[in-house]
Ligand binder design. Structure first.
Ligand SMILES: Cc1cc2nc3c(=O)[nH]c(=O)nc-3n(C[C@H](O)[C@H](O)[C@H](O)COP(=O)(O)OP(=O)(O)OC[C@H]3O[C@@H](n4cnc5c(N)ncnc54)[C@H](O)[C@@H]3O)c2cc1C
Length: 471
């Protein structure tokens, strides 16, 4: 930046070209704000391509941002069937790639460019004087070996959490022996019926984790075992019951999400998948034949296994933000204002209040974390939440305060309103301890959204939180 260039003339730096980062760029384009998108992958949508064989549970109607749709409309783009369910690869090919092409006329998208650090020009995080006036600096490592530094007026971090998976170890650190067994542990959703077939055919595989990713892995591995008549699938979860993975069945407003859980439930009840509950992985070792044995914190040992698929969630990468003033929830590492809504200790509903720039702001003016990363370690993020986030954030950056403040979000209901607490009780709809954050008994969002209410508990159209109680 030269001295005569004020930060207002600088581009907005958008970190990550996933669905939400590109939606942020589309909103910048619509408002005439210059932007640069910096994407680590070789192409846009690198994370969704990584699980490209998995079919989304939300149909196309929920997967396309409005500003992106308006940008794409005059390009001859054919909108997909709103009721069809794309795979991750289809989402990237049929939506994100054309969107990136359309955005090229309005700003820059750099792929093969990994953000290493974000700072404020000329100052570390301690210095306060004239901080808000200083432009941001984004240090980038390019795939061709170059290192560059970009000046930006604002930074929108949409880098997701997919590339920073949690370890197998239930305490949040690797289990003993986990590093040594790394060659036989996968931390991504396998494609056993496709590219990973030879890897898993005939294998005794353990899946660890209780979310939708684990559910997908269990179903596909079980399908391979059934098809080949060889191998076995076991599934270990921390809780007493796989409530989130089993889902709300017919009560889910995203039928594909409900069906996924229903198929999983059937596999377990038919004994085709062995379910280990209350299992907190602690140590991994080999038996005399070289197979893997996994022990939990209580000393219970399961196995032998040939392979382990660890899908224990993800965590946000906060290291490259070290010199910014970032304020996150102490345990979810999400935007602090969202924590009460999305804490999986309290409920599995996934409800979240409509929220925008104000809830996503940090003590560092002009810096926002959006998209899947805004949820930190919480597992229930949906793209449409991110689209509303960036609509509001970009409006705020453009000075359109009224539009930025008006946030609206109606999410499809899961039909689940329970939690798998450590003691195995379902307590979402029971009163939370005094002062605790919670969906019913704890802090309620100021403007609850009628989302994720159980189908048996009717809620008014604009109120409810998870239990439909708030008016
Ligand atoms: C198996 C699976 C199924 C899902 N199904 C659904 C569904 O049906 N409906 C739904 O709404 N959501 C679904 N989700 C959630 C979905 O991942 C998110 O809604 C969506 O991908 C979030 O978009 P995002 O842009 O915030 O982040 P991401 O898609 O994670 O994109 C982040 C981007 O940032 C890039 N990046 C990361 N680090 C850096 C760095 N340091 N520098 C530069 N670039 C970087 C990545 O390469 C990536 O392209 C699913 C998730 C999974 C894993």
């Amino acid at each position: 930046m030269n001295a005569s260039t004020g930060p207002a003339e600088l581009p907005v730096a958008i970190l990550g070209a996933g669905p939400v980062g590109l939606a942020a760029a589309a909103h910048c384009a619509a408002r005439g704000l210059p932007f640069v998108v910096i994407e680590a992958g070789a192409a846009v949508g690198a994370h969704v391509r990584d699980w490209g064989h998995v079919r989304l549970f939300s149909p196309w109607r929920y997967d396309i941002d409005d500003a992106a749709r308006r940008l794409l409309a005059p390009t001859g783009w054919t909108a997909p069937d709103p009721d069809a369910l794309p795979t991750g690869a289809e989402l990237a090919d049929r939506y994100l790639a054309p969107l990136a092409d359309a955005l090229a006329a309005h700003g820059r998208i750099e792929t093969g460019a990994r953000v290493l650090a974000v700072t404020r020009a000329g100052m570390d995080k301690v210095k306060s004087a004239r901080r808000a006036e200083a432009p941001f600096r984004v240090d980038v490592a390019h795939a061709d070996g170059r290192r560059t530094r970009l000046a930006a007026r604002a930074v929108v971090d949409a880098t997701g959490t997919w590339s920073t998976p949690n370890p197998l170890g239930g305490a949040g650190v690797p289990a003993l022996g986990e590093a040594e067994a790394a060659a036989r542990i996968a931390y991504r959703i396998p494609d056993p019926l496709g590219r990973d077939r030879t890897h898993y055919a005939g294998a005794r595989t353990l899946v660890v984790g209780a979310g939708h990713s684990a559910a997908n892995a269990v179903l596909e591995l079980a399908a391979l075992a059934a098809e080949t008549g060889a191998g076995a699938v076991a599934w270990a979860i921390r809780g007493a019951r796989p409530i989130r993975a089993f889902g709300g069945g017919a009560g889910d407003e995203l039928p594909a999400r409900g069906a996924l859980g229903a198929r999983l439930r059937a596999l377990v009840s038919q004994g085709r998948v062995r379910l280990e509950t209350g299992f907190l992985a602690a140590a991994l070792r080999e038996d005399a034949d070289g197979a893997l044995l996994l022990s939990d914190e209580a000393g219970r040992t399961i196995g032998p296994f040939d392979r382990i698929v660890a899908l224990t969630g993800q965590r946000p990468e906060l290291g490259f933000l070290r010199e910014l003033r970032v304020d996150v929830d102490p345990w979810l590492e999400c935007a602090r204002a969202l924590a009460g809504d999305i804490d999986p200790n309290v409920h599995a509903c996934g409800s979240v209040s409509p929220h925008g720039h104000a809830a996503l702001a940090h003590p560092e003016p002009g810096f926002y974390v959006v998209g899947a990363k805004s949820y930190g370690r919480a597992p229930t993020f949906l793209m449409m939440t991110g689209y509303e986030q960036v609509r509001s954030v970009v409006a705020a950056l453009a000075g359109a305060r009224e539009e930025a403040d008006r946030v609206e979000l109606t999410l499809p209901k899961t039909g689940v309103c329970t939690t798998d607490l450590a003691d195995g009780t379902d307590a979402c709809c029971a009163p939370a301890p005094e002062g605790a954050r919670g969906c019913c008994g704890g802090e309620q969002p100021a403007t609850p959204v009628a989302a994720f209410v159980p189908s048996s508990t009717p809620a008014p159209a604009t109120a409810g939180g998870c239990c439909g109680a708030a008016a």
